[in-house]
Ligand binder design. Structure first.
Ligand SMILES: Cc1cc2nc3c(=O)[nH]c(=O)nc-3n(C[C@H](O)[C@H](O)[C@H](O)COP(=O)(O)OP(=O)(O)OC[C@H]3O[C@@H](n4cnc5c(N)ncnc54)[C@H](O)[C@@H]3O)c2cc1C
Length: 314
């Protein structure tokens, strides 16, 4: 396996359950059934590592709230997006399935598309048994008949609740939406969904068209799933987008909930030069879960930056 000859030891399926510290420095990573001695630990656990957040904060590791964005996946026929973007050339065999990026809203409450997937699939991304989370992906062929994107509203740290609720209040904010989506979906990871026309008119959908989301959809009123300020901002944002691109407001397009994991709701503090946590020597918060990246490339670059720092101090 890659890098094994350089001494790398891979332990798949082994969860880090805590850190052993002494004298303000990390000494080992706790895992089920023991410890792995370590003078340097890179904490790069991704934005859904709630269990890690939940042991790190009581252990005194410096963590603060970070703004996120939440909302829905919006799904259209790819053919419609091709027609919007390519006009008369839509369907030309030399053109790839079309892509879009949209923004709307006042600066203090942005509404924007996120992770648009041409010819793509909406996929389940839940990490808890009673929460529904959706995400999107395209196969390299980009050959599904659907186009989807996250359509999300920016959420500030004050939206998570009073400061007294602590640095993990954003996790609670996400979880409340995910559980509401689970209930509205009716279980088995079916996702609640609403026709775009019904959402704008403020009425629940009683039926839905076809979708790429394989666990299945349940017609719902997404205003009862999302926090009211999120639903309202989405409505306003969609109307603004529709004023520029009327065809995008296809009444039968689907809004599917909940898109809550756009990035981590926390940031693990680190020194801007050494990249070490101010609360624990030897600990390097890194990547998306620590609040320093959003997406594959920025997470990889942050990993490279941390590795260079560690080598420079070795
Ligand atoms: C369906 C889907 C599609 C996506 N598409 C794109 C895309 O097209 N482009 C893009 O830029 N980004 C995309 N992303 C986002 C991208 O995957 C992340 O931004 C990126 O992987 C973050 O990298 P990371 O290394 O910080 O964390 P991760 O890749 O999440 O890695 C964290 C790792 O830590 C492990 N871990 C967590 N807790 C523990 C623990 N307690 N002990 C040990 N290990 C633990 C996890 O199992 C995981 O392997 C997509 C995400 C999803 C879910």
């Amino acid at each position: 396996m890659l890098f094994r000859s350089l001494g790398v030891d891979y332990r798949f399926g082994v969860a880090a359950t805590g850190l052993h510290t002494e004298g303000g420095r990390v000494r080992a990573v706790r895992v089920d059934g023991g410890e792995i001695p370590a003078e340097v630990v890179v904490l790069a656990v991704g934005h859904s590592a709630r269990a890690v957040y939940e042991w790190a904060v009581p252990a005194g590791i410096a963590v603060v709230r970070k703004p996120i964005a939440v909302g829905v996946r919006i799904e259209h026929p790819q053919r419609l997006i091709d027609e919007i973007q390519y006009g008369d050339a839509a369907g030309h065999p030399n053109l790839p399935p079309a892509f879009y990026e949209l923004t709307a809203g006042a600066p203090e409450r942005g509404v924007y598309s996120f992770c648009m997937c041409p010819g793509g699939w909406i996929v389940p991304a839940s990490t808890e048994p009673e929460g529904v989370v959706v995400n999107g992906m395209s196969l390299s062929r980009r050959d599904s008949p659907f186009a989807n994107a996250g359509l999300v509203v920016s959420v500030g740290v004050d939206d998570f609740g009073p400061l007294g609720a602590g640095p993990l209040a954003g996790v609670g904010f996400q979880r409340d939406i995910e559980r509401a989506a689970f209930r509205a979906g009716g279980g088995r990871f079916r996702a609640p969904a609403q026709r775009l026309g019904d959402f704008l008119a403020g009425r629940a959908s009683d039926s839905l068209g076809a979708s790429s989301y394989r666990p299945g959809l349940t017609p719902a009123d997404l205003s009862a799933v999302l926090p009211p300020f999120v639903a309202e901002a989405l409505r306003k944002g969609l109307r603004q987008i529709g004023a520029r691109l009327p065809a995008f407001l296809l009444s039968d397009a689907l809004l599917i909930a909940a898109e809550t994991r756009t990035s981590a709701p926390v940031r693990f503090l680190r020194d801007p030069v050494t990249l070490v946590s101010p609360s624990l020597g030897g600990l390097y918060p890194c990547g998306e879960g620590a609040g320093y990246a959003g997406g594959i490339v920025s997470a990889a670059l942050d990993g490279a930056r941390v590795a260079e720092r560690i080598l420079a101090t070795a």
